[in-house]
Design a protein. Structure first.
Length: 375
């Protein structure tokens, strides 16, 4: 349902329904059947319902209108096994790479990001994480023996694939959670105690080596003769020294006073601050994005208000005499679709004070505008 709200699924003719459960939403579509979304709170459920209603309303408009949200054709849908939910279902393409890398998909059953497994002859989908993607699907990783043997229990196990062994960071016998699989190199794990990344030792099968920034260690601390035994009494001091040197909790620079910068954690705080800044503009607004969705809601008000949408805020400020300048990356069309041209046409049609530039005029191959700022 979240993917449907973002336009990943074709929503023309779909309906949004509240179920008997107060936190569940049902979406019935012509092309994807029935999808059910369960929220964690009533407020979140109402917010997602508003997003879905907006998406359905937009998809049902005149097909000649400017397509703010991407719409998928049947060629963009792949029916394959998902390594997240371990079900065979449709995956909608959300990012296309034709030259380098693998195209990203979204599972219509669990809404998780997926990519094609690189194992020869495999048609299943591997998992996509926040900063990396698995090379292999769940079967070729060895998490499940075959797709025919998958079940709900194995679906839960794949979310948290653990191996127990000695950690070369904290020098303790801990569980290491699989974070990333690799077809050529060693898979990456994370120690459940010290939370540092690790890789299996190449000399033994019961310990993990340190995962470094550039080159990972080949052997664990015992095999590389850093320690005499895993149960040595001096290991606690060595672990404390190693973690203090590489730990993420110790800042490189001390906190400064009398600064105007502030932390904005996650989208809720960031979008709220953005809405406040835009609504307070008096003369000019300058914005730049790698990808822009003009109809996103910057606030989740209850009940939902159109005044919280980005395009409505920009139009209101433009009508108040504020000049608005937006710089968008003119994406490389052969590799991906950011809909910069459609966004330019839509935004400039709101008011003459809104000017949008898609740069560069000729789509680049070797670089992109990846900055995001609002002034």
């Amino acid at each position: 349902c979240l993917r449907a709200a973002r336009g990943i699924l074709p929503l023309a003719g779909a309906s949004v329904e509240r179920t008997d459960h107060p936190l569940r939403i049902a979406v019935r579509g012509v092309s994807f059947g029935l999808a059910v979304l369960q929220a964690e709170s009533e407020a979140e459920c109402r917010g997602w319902t508003a997003d879905l209603l907006d998406a359905v309303q937009w998809a049902s408009q005149d097909p000649t209108a400017v397509p703010i949200r991407p719409r998928l054709s049947i060629e963009d849908m792949v029916n394959a096994n998902c390594s997240w939910c371990l079900q065979k279902c449709y995956h909608g393409k959300v990012q296309s790479w034709k030259i380098i890398g693998r195209s990203s998909f979204s599972c219509t059953n669990c809404s998780k990001r997926t990519v094609r497994c690189i194992a020869p002859g495999c048609t299943a989908m591997a998992r996509v994480h926040k900063s990396s993607s698995d090379s292999l699907c769940a079967v070729h990783q060895g998490v499940v023996p075959s797709w025919a043997a998958t079940s709900l229990s194995s679906s839960l196990e794949i979310m948290n694939v653990n191996k127990h062994g000695w950690c070369s960071w904290c020098y303790d016998m801990t569980a290491h959670v699989l974070k990333k699989t690799n077809y050529i190199r060693r898979s990456t794990y994370k120690c459940s105690k010290c939370l540092h990344k690790s890789v299996p030792c190449v000399s033994c099968d019961h310990a993990f080596a340190r995962c470094q920034v550039l080159v990972d260690d080949l052997r664990c601390s015992l095999c590389s003769a850093e320690i005499a035994s895993w149960k040595d009494s001096g290991n606690a001091q060595r672990a404390a020294a190693a973690l203090s040197q590489h730990g993420t909790t110790i800042p490189t620079f001390p906190p400064r006073k009398n600064v105007y910068a502030r932390w904005l954690v996650d989208g809720k705080e960031t979008f709220a601050a953005m809405a406040e800044a835009l609504e307070g503009a008096c003369s000019e607004i300058m914005m730049s994005f790698w990808l822009m969705c003009p109809v996103i809601r910057l606030r989740r008000s209850q009940p939902p208000r159109d005044e919280d949408r980005l395009d409505h805020i920009l139009k209101a400020r433009a009508e108040a005499g504020v000049r608005i300048y937006i710089l968008l990356w003119n994406e490389t069309k052969i590799a991906m679709k950011n809909f910069s041209g459609a966004n330019k046409e839509f935004l400039e049609g709101l008011h003459p004070n809104i000017k949008v530039v898609c740069h560069p005029s000729v789509a680049p191959i070797l670089y992109s505008h990846h900055q995001k700022f609002v002034v």
